[in-house]
Design a protein around this ligand. Structure first.
Ligand code: HMG
Ligand code: MG
Length: 297
């Protein structure tokens, strides 16, 4: 099995979407540029969602206009429906992500519709994307537990993931939205999903609320996953998952993967600098243990 791992940097989107203070477009673009220079090749740049629901992502068109045009760097964006998709493509998006949940209550709170309705809203997005040559990634939230419903059955996650793949997702990212998963519950979920979606088309998206992010990446890597979403400096939290903290820090994931002999193509020192830069801009300490250790040297 390959030791090449793809990291999807979600800091500028998942990391900043819930930020209470104003983060200027220039700061967001400064972060994205530093991440690209550190070797990140997939940087989720923004969301084309309602600015009433997620004000922090309201500058999506300005972000797209200011993205550094670097060869081989992809900037996927979130699109919940055709309206978001059309706005994203008009702004220059070449890759989008639709997001569903494995829990009905979370689907309602997050995107104001049932799981079945969300799939129906994605259908025209996939149809338009196929015509436009735009790649679509699928997300499933609450793959271990839901903040409103509690534990989520692995079979339900597998069902939604399989549906997103059948619609045309090139990859399905499995989100432990509230970070309660442990290697045991994550592996139970992965076994169920991998029975229905090829492992090579799955990604792990672990929030680090309970400090299990690195353990869950490790367990998933041993299981065979080769794509992980993470957030520089551990930025973030979902606006519709109260108390949930950021994604596992990209610095921590890269350090782990380096130690396992995996190849991410990322320059850890440059990544740590990018994390230090955004942490200073936000006026708070980094959420990455690895960054803290390396900066103290
Ligand atoms: P809605 O109110 O049900 O939509 O919201 P609607 O179709 O009834 O339209 C209502 C208004 O919203 C209309 O405007 C529409 O034009 C507008 P009005 O006529 O009132 O002026 N509208 C839009 N505006 C901008 N962009 C759009 C759009 N669509 C409709 N795309 C909607 C439905 C999905 C839009 C709303 O619920 C929403 O924006 N939700 C935000 C969800 C979100 O961003 N959540 C965070 C990201 S997901 C996440 O973090 C999890 C993940 O990281 C994985 C994990 O960790 O699990 C991915
Ligand atoms: Mg997330």
């Amino acid at each position: 099995m390959t030791n090449r791992v793809r990291i999807i940097e979600v800091g500028p989107r998942d990391g900043l979407q819930n930020e209470k203070q104003v983060v200027t477009t220039a700061t967001k673009l400064g972060l994205i540029e530093r991440l690209a220079k550190a070797g990140l090749r997939h940087i989720e740049a923004t969301s084309f969602v309602s600015p009433k629901w997620v004000p922090q992502m309201a500058d999506h068109a300005e972000i797209m206009a200011g993205l550094p045009a670097l060869p081989g760097v992809h900037y996927p964006v979130l699109t919940p429906n055709l309206k978001g998709y059309e706005a994203a493509v008009a702004a220059g998006a070449k890759e989008v992500a639709v997001f569903a949940a494995a829990s009905e209550a979370f689907s309602q709170k997050n995107i104001n519709c049932s799981i079945a309705e969300s799939i129906a809203r994605f259908e025209p997005v996939f149809a338009a994307a196929a015509k436009d040559g735009v790649r679509v990634r699928g997300y499933v939230s609450c793959v271990v537990a839901c903040p409103y419903e509690g534990p989520v059955a692995p079979a339900k996650v597998a069902e939604v993931a399989e549906r997103l793949r059948a619609l045309g997702s090139y990859e399905v990212s499995l989100g432990d939205t509230i970070g309660t998963g442990t290697p045991a519950s994550v592996l139970r979920m992965l076994e169920a999903v991998a029975a229905r979606v090829p492992l090579a088309e799955l990604a792990g998206h672990f929030h680090d609320t309970y400090g299990m992010g690195v353990a869950n990446v490790h367990a998933s890597y041993q299981f065979g996953l080769r794509c992980f979403d993470s957030s520089v400096a551990g930025l973030g939290g979902c606006p519709y998952a109260k108390g949930a903290t950021g994604n596992v820090a990209t610095e921590d994931v890269v350090y782990l993967l380096n130690g396992l002999g995996a190849d991410t193509g990322i320059d850890l020192d440059a990544l740590v600098d990018a994390g230090a830069w955004i942490s200073e801009a936000l006026g708070r300490p980094t959420g990455s243990r690895v960054a803290r250790a390396l900066l103290a040297r």
